[in-house]
Structures are given as structure tokens and as C-alpha cells.
Design a protein. Structure first.
Lengths: 271, 338
């Protein structure tokens, strides 16, 4: 199972947002999309999912053009986790997760007991069983994010596209979401996520793609793609990227933003 | 919403409905006791003799019966259509009026009265104009692109509705003030006084024709209350399903307006109450809304023909009863749509 984008032009009817973007994602892999506000991350995702028409280029889902597939078929192959949002009606968490089963139901059918079991097991996988009967509109932002990921799991697609899954979450919930993303990849699901924090790419991504002004800037392994130079180009700020080792022996690369306008005056060293 | 409360709520609503039906027959200028009602209905079904005054039979089968049946049908239809519209427009404050349906049907019926057509023609015109109004709203909304499609649809409904309102005003202005104007005014205020068995039998299939797709699509209708893109990402062809549900709800609303005139508030308030009772899942919301709508309109119609010496227009009474109910609801329980 492979999600592939070739020379994609995307945007809205009267506004081109990005052009010529190519990337691909295999099941079992985590691909992290980095880009500043307004660089077109969400628009790219929506176009890849067929929610917006592509203005040029192609999206291939499991080898076939997205346009040739029915909505339900796409939904069975690729699921989408939008940014946690307010819902309009007070559905319970279980009902929201159950909505993920829709692509597996006939047009006139309602979820069966097996669908309910699938929803409950997705809820259990996200460790939010205690929320199952809670009303979605009355839980916290972090809990909503976990609910939406559970819904994507219930959808049972091999690839999950997540739009800023860590946005607006507190530190603990961000770490929890990253843990879940890693666990999903280990279970054979491909995850494409966007984030504002390059450190998240170091924590959980196999590859990184950078989007700048609607164009692909770089793509590669996190250690190759995320450098002081590329972050400066992407975000226009000075950053140091350094290898760190904690006292307990955890080694990781991390980004240290420099607040000085002119780099070189004072340097923070973490070693 | 715990699922244990749902059967209890539905059973309570059913019991209240049966009680309301008995009361509706019992009150009025010619009271019919529950025992008489039961024996007449029983003998009507079995063909046996009941041995009661034939006047009672006439009251039950020809006068009060059709009226009770029409009240139940129309209340149910308006509430079901309202529940569907509210889910589709993700807004608990919309009602069948939102797409100009009621206004369109009103124009059709008023035109029929204005042209002194017979009852069947009036009903057909109401129905045709109701559908035409929705068609116009839908085409307008599709022509205007680049905005939130739902917002455009609602705005188009408001604009088309006010245009149709002007058409009604024009016809009232031109109508014969002695015959037609009272008829038009009376009809616009809403009434079930003239409901006949034929009205009921001709409306019933239309109501079912609207209700069946709504019930079959009940799970997908839940997903229409999500963001459009989100629903599509979950595998729902939102455009097609929305079209079917709008057509079904419009059919039910027009059919109701054609026999009863414009009765507001039910499509707005009843689904809202139903949601508070059983939660937003459409497979529970639809039957609950139908029970509440049917009971509410029957109760209000019983009041309309009994509280005063003259009959009070239904549209007036539903607004008088519905407004305080809705305001009380708004003030005490926000949880229904927060």
C-alpha cells in the first residue's frame, strides 16, 4: 500500500496555493510534513485525500488514480484526522468513533455489532475507554484529538493523514499523541502528519518533507533534511541543530532556537 | 446520553401520545368517551354492530377522526423534516422554513385560492411551489461559488423566502376582500378545521415517501452534521445524500403545508427537545421527533378548538406555546447543542 503524489498543483478555485509537489508514503512509515503557517500543508493534505480537486498532477492511492476511485473506496484506504475541532451536536465519543466505520457500511445500513466492536477496540487502542460514554463536545482538546485518531483507526485504512495532531495540546498530550503515532507505524500503518515542531520529526518520523510557499523544499531522513540552514530558510529564524545525549543515555537530535538576531554572539551548548 | 434512558423516553412519549388522542376525542362540543371511541374503532375494523348513537360514529369517523389523524401526520412530518434540516445544516436553530419550503408552498396555495381553484389543485400548487422554491434555492447556491456552500444555501433560502413572501403579499393585496382575502388569511394562519378523510389519505403516501429514505439513510445523516470535508473523508458522498434528504424533507413539509396552511415552530422546537431526550443519533432522533411533533400538534389543535368560543388559528397558538417553551429550554439547558 502506497500513497503517491506526482507533480501536484493544489489550491482553491481562485487561488493557487502550491505547485509541483511530489512525495510518497509507504504503509508502516511515518512521514512528517514541516512548513510555516500558510505554506499550504492543510490544502496539500485535502488535495491528497480528494477533498479538493487537484489543479494539476496526480494522486495515486494503491497504484490507481484517486479520481477513478469512489469516495468510500478512498476512505477504506486512507483515513484523515482533521485538527481537533468543535462538533455541532453532542454525539458521544463512541458514536464519533463509530462514524469511522461508515466507509465499510452499505449506503442504507447502520453500524452492526461488529462495527461497534471495531469502534470499541479502536477506543481501547487509544486508551480512552473511560471516555466512551462522554459527550464529544464536552471533553478537552487532547481527548478530542485522541478520539479523532481512534475514529481513523476504526476506519481501518492502511494510511492515516493527520493535520497537526499535536497543535493546541499540552506537553503531556503531545507526547502521548507521538507515542500513538509511533505505535501505529509499528503496527504497519503509514502515517503522514504535519507539525510545527521539528523536534517531533526527530522523535517519530522516518522521513521529513519541507513545504515552503507551496513548493517542496527538501525531503529525506530527519537528520539529513532538518539542518540549521534548512530551518533558517523555512522559518526565517536562527536555529542550531545538535546531537544530545541525556544522563540516562538517550541520544537524539534536537533543535535549539537562538533568540539573538545575529547568530554567533552567544551560543547555547547542550552536550 | 446513556442508552438505558432511550427506551424509557420513547415509551413515555408513546404513552403521552395515546393519552392525547383519547383526550382529543373526549373534548369538544360533542364529547366521545374513551370506551365509545374504542368500541367504534373496534367495530369499524371488524364490521360488527356497536349499538351506539350514529352521531357518535359520524363525529369519530368523519369529523374528529380525520382532524386528529391530520394533526398527528402533520406534526410528525414537520418535526421529522425539521430534524433532518437541523442535522444537515449543523444548526439546531434551522427549520423547514430555512429553504423557503413553507414560503413556496404558501405561495402555491394562495395562488390556488386566488384563482378560485378546487382543493386538489390548491394542494398540488402548494406542493409544486414548495419544490420549486427549494430548487431555486439549490440552483442559486450552486451558482454562487467560492464561499462556504452551507452559508450560501441558508442565505439563498432567506432571500428566496422573502421574495415569496412578497408574492403572497401581492396576491393578498389583489384578492377580492370579501371572499378570497379571508380565505387566504385563514389558510396562512394554519388550521386543521377543514381536514377531511381524503386529505389524510392523499397525504399519507407522500409523507411515507419522504420518511422512508430518511429512515434508510439515518446513519449517513448523522455524518452530514460533520464538516463537509470530514464527512467525505469518512467515505460519504455528501452532495448526493444531501440532495436526497432535502428532497425527502421538502416533500413532507409541502404535503403538510398543503393541507394545514403554514404552521411554524414545530420543525424548530420538537427536534430540539428530542435531541435533549435521546441525543443526536438520527436513528433515535427521528422517531422521537416524530412522536413529539405528532403529540404537540395534536395537543395544540385540541386547545385551538376548545379553549375559546371561536377557533384559534393554529399558527398563532403554536407560536404562543412554542416561544416560551423554546426560551425556557434555551435558558435552562444549553447542553443540547453546546
Amino acid at each position: 500500500m502506497r500513497l503517491e503524489v506526482k507533480q501536484l498543483d493544489f489550491g482553491y478555485r481562485d487561488k493557487r496555493v502550491g505547485s509541483g509537489v511530489s512525495l510518497s508514503l509507504e504503509a508502516g512509515e511515518v512521514l512528517c510534513l514541516l512548513g510555516p503557517n500558510g505554506s499550504g500543508k492543510t490544502t496539500l493534505f485535502k488535495t491528497m485525500l480528494g477533498l479538493l480537486p487537484a489543479q494539476g498532477g496526480t494522486v495515486l492511492v494503491d497504484g490507481a488514480d484517486l479520481k477513478s476511485r469512489a469516495r468510500e473506496e478512498v476512505a477504506r484506504l486512507v483515513s484523515y484526522v482533521p485538527q481537533a475541532h468543535a462538533a455541532f451536536f453532542p454525539f458521544t465519543v463512541e458514536e464519533v468513533v463509530l462514524m469511522g466505520r461508515t466507509a465499510h457500511l452499505g449506503v442504507f445500513s447502520s453500524p452492526s455489532r461488529r462495527d461497534r466492536e471495531a469502534a470499541l477496540s479502536a477506543i481501547a487502542r487509544m486508551q480512552i475507554e473511560h471516555l466512551a460514554d462522554s459527550v464529544y463536545t464536552r471533553i478537552s482538546g487532547g481527548e478530542r484529538q485522541l478520539t479523532l485518531i481512534a475514529r481513523a483507526l476504526a476506519q481501518d485504512a492502511r494510511i492515516v493523514v493527520m493535520d497537526e495532531p499535536t497543535a493546541n495540546l499540552d506537553f503531556g498530550n503531545q507526547v502521548r499523541v507521538l507515542q500513538h503515532i509511533q505505535a501505529l507505524a509499528r503496527s504497519g500503518i503509514g502515517v503522514l502528519l504535519s507539525t510545527h515542531d521539528p523536534d517531533h520529526a526527530f522523535i517519530c518520523a522516518d522521513r521529513v518533507v519541507m513545504l515552503h510557499d507551496g513548493k517542496r523544499m527538501r525531503m529525506g531522513a530527519p537528520d539529513e533534511a532538518i539542518t540549521a540552514a534548512s530551518l533558517r530558510e523555512l522559518y526565517g529564524v536562527s536555529v542550531e541543530v545538535t546531537r544530545i545525549e541525556t544522563e540516562s543515555g538517550v541520544r537524539r537530535t534536537a533543535c535549539i532556537p537562538l533568540l539573538q538576531r545575529e547568530p554567533g554572539l552567544t551560543r547555547w551548548r547542550v552536550q | 446520553m446513556t442508552s438505558a434512558r432511550v427506551p424509557a423516553a420513547l415509551a413515555g412519549a408513546c404513552a403521552a401520545l395515546v393519552l392525547l388522542v383519547v383526550v382529543a376525542f373526549a373534548v369538544g362540543r360533542f364529547p366521545v368517551s374513551a370506551a365509545d371511541l374504542a368500541s367504534i374503532l373496534w367495530t369499524h375494523l371488524t364490521g360488527a354492530e356497536h349499538g351506539l348513537d350514529p352521531t357518535i360514529e359520524t363525529v369519530v369517523l368523519r369529523i374528529r377522526g380525520p382532524r386528529v389523524a391530520a394533526a398527528l401526520l402533520i406534526g410528525a412530518a414537520l418535526a421529522a423534516a425539521g430534524a433532518a434540516y437541523q442535522n444537515m445544516f449543523r444548526n439546531p436553530l434551522v427549520s423547514p422554513d430555512i429553504l423557503g419550503v413553507s414560503a413556496g408552498a404558501a405561495v402555491g396555495a394562495v395562488l390556488g385560492i386566488f384563482l378560485s381553484l378546487n382543493v386538489i389543485m390548491i394542494q398540488s400548487l402548494a406542493f409544486a411551489f414548495g419544490l420549486a422554491a427549494v430548487g431555486l434555492v439549490y440552483v442559486t447556491a450552486n451558482a454562487v461559488r467560492g464561499h462556504d456552500p452551507l452559508l450560501v444555501l441558508v442565505l439563498a433560502g432567506v432571500v428566496v423566502g422573502s421574495l415569496l413572501g412578497a408574492c403572497v403579499a401581492l396576491m393578498k393585496y389583489l384578492a377580492d376582500p370579501y371572499n378570497q382575502l379571508p380565505a387566504i388569511t385563514f389558510w396562512l394562519l394554519g388550521s386543521l378545521a377543514s381536514a377531511s378523510p381524503d386529505d389524510v389519505w392523499s397525504t399519507l403516501p407522500l409523507m411515507l415517501l419522504g420518511l422512508i429514505p430518511m429512515w434508510l439513510l439515518r446513519w449517513r445523516i448523522n455524518l452530514l452534521s460533520l464538516d463537509d470535508e470530514e464527512a467525505r473523508a469518512l467515505g460519504v458522498e455528501t452532495g448526493r445524500i444531501r440532495l436526497v434528504v432535502i428532497a425527502a424533507a421538502t416533500l413532507m413539509t409541502s404535503a403538510a403545508v398543503a393541507i394545514s396552511g403554514v404552521i411554524g415552530w414545530i420543525g424548530l422546537v420538537m427536534p430540539h427537545f428530542a435531541r435533549l431526550l435521546v441525543g443526536p443519533d438520527f436513528s433515535r432522533l427521528l422517531p422521537t421527533s416524530i412522536l413529539l411533533g405528532a403529540g404537540f400538534l395534536l395537543g395544540v389543535d385540541t386547545l385551538a378548538r376548545t379553549v375559546a368560543r371561536i377557533e384559534i388559528p393554529l399558527g398563532v397558538l403554536t407560536a404562543f406555546v412554542g416561544t416560551p417553551l423554546f426560551l425556557w429550554q434555551l435558558a435552562t439547558a444549553r447542553r443540547g447543542w453546546q
